[in-house]
Design a binder for this molecule. Structure first.
Ligand SMILES: [Zn+2]
Length: 397
């Protein structure tokens, strides 16, 4: 655990101050005198912000660093899933190496925590989870990684997957994933009952991918609400994507959001430009926990994405029609505090007593920092400087 004095930084864009870090924790702010044996760093007036959080990504999927993956297929969701499962073998994708590349990229751009869904299926078994677990160990002290056991290829349509999820949760995955109970499994009762039973057995939260749009997604959400209520999973369920909340039926969406707030269900968004997404404004007004993720970068699904949560804040901002500074700030909160709220992180923030996990940002104001692409001058994890100007102290493999 590290000690550090950081001078001349602006917490949340406010007046400049110094920071004393002791044993990896923010001990004091204000004017800090030099102290023997403690290194001093000049923040040069940068904005001090809690570490960014990628609360929804897929560390095992990226082809980053493997050369351009030429992809000329026009595929719907089911075909993209099957294509990926096969391409992993054909491309010889190493889940440890690829997840290192993705995670190091995020850390270099100011992230201190990741929630990664990792594929589990009967072709690859737990091999992909094991690769990401290796990365988690290697990057301890650089970036924290939480793993979601994720049945990407479906649960009910792929017998044997449930047993693998069970094994993954017994072996260190912290969260149980799921996917489109209607659209992929065509058996919402089957998948949801199996997920809730397994989560109950291991005492873990659930974070489900729900791409189902419109009325179909609303129907699945209602099945989720019934089960959250019946099993006492209030506060322990996240719906990722939740595209149904972007549908046009105002009254229908209002009722769904009301119930989401009441059951303290969290929402993870990516601001997907090609989909109907939940309104960040509306969820904030309802007091719903809202985090965000880059949802995997440059993979066999598509060519887009960067390992950079500031880039994601901009995408979500554009998708949500954000113009005011006040809402630009909200975009930055979604990719930081919002993720901490979804992951229930302890000691998150930049007040005295919080863990010293933070990034510096360039900008005259917070809104300016969100809009203007720039590398973070400094990223600190547990009081240790782990990146400068977009370069992490750990090299990309
Ligand atoms: Zn995803």
């Amino acid at each position: 655990m590290s000690n550090l004095i950081l001078r001349n930084v602006r917490p949340y864009g406010e007046a400049a101050t110094d920071l004393l870090i002791r044993d990896g924790v923010i001990a004091e702010t204000g004017t800090i005198a030099d102290q023997p044996g403690i290194a001093v760093e000049d923040g040069q007036g940068a904005i001090l912000w809690p570490g960014l959080i990628d609360a929804h990504t897929h560390l095992d999927k990226t082809t980053w660093g493997m050369g351009w993956h030429e992809n000329n297929r026009a595929a719907v969701l089911r075909e993209r899933i099957d294509y990926e499962r096969e391409m992993r073998l054909e491309l010889g994708m190493d889940p440890h190496r690829q997840s290192m590349r993705h995670a190091i990229g995020l850390a270099a751009h100011g992230a201190t925590h990741i929630r990664s869904h990792v594929d589990i299926d009967t072709t690859h078994g737990l091999r992909l989870v094991e690769g990401v677990q290796q990365t988690r160990e290697k990057l301890r002290g650089i970036i924290d990684i939480e793993i979601v056991a994720f049945p990407q290829s479906g649960l009910m349509v792929m017998p044997g997957t449930l047993e693998l999820l069970d094994e993954a949760l017994a072996n260190g995955c912290e969260v149980l994933g799921g996917i489109d109970p209607c659209g992929i499994d065509r058996d919402p009762k089957g998948q949801l009952d199996a997920l809730f039973a397994l989560a109950g057995k291991h005492g873990v939260p659930i974070d489900i991918h729900l791409h189902e749009a419109g009325e179909l997604g609303a129907f699945t959400m209602e099945m989720i609400f019934e089960r959250v209520r019946a099993t006492g999973m209030q506060g322990k369920f996240v719906i990722s994507h939740a595209f149904a909340l972007g549908m046009n039926d105002e009254l229908r969406v209002a009722r769904l959001v009301e119930e989401i707030a009441e059951l303290d269900i969290g929402i993870a968004t990516t601001g997907a430009p090609s989909a109907t997404v939940p309104s960040a404004r509306r969820l904030k007004a309802a007091g719903v926990r809202l985090g965000a993720g880059c949802d995997g970068i440059r993979d066999t699904w598509g060519p887009w994405g960067l390992p950079d949560m500031m880039d994601r804040a901009r995408i979500i901002g554009m998708k949500n029609g954000v113009r005011s500074d006040h809402e630009l700030r909200h975009m930055l909160e979604i990719v930081s505090q919002g993720g901490a709220d979804l992951m229930r992180l302890d000691g998150y923030g930049i007040a005295p007593g919080c863990k010293a996990d933070f990034t510096l940002l360039r900008g005259q104001t917070v809104g300016h920092a969100v809009v203007q692409p720039a590398l973070p001058p400094l990223v600190v994890k547990a009081g240790k400087i782990i990146a400068r100007e977009g370069h992490c102290i750990v090299d990309m493999p």
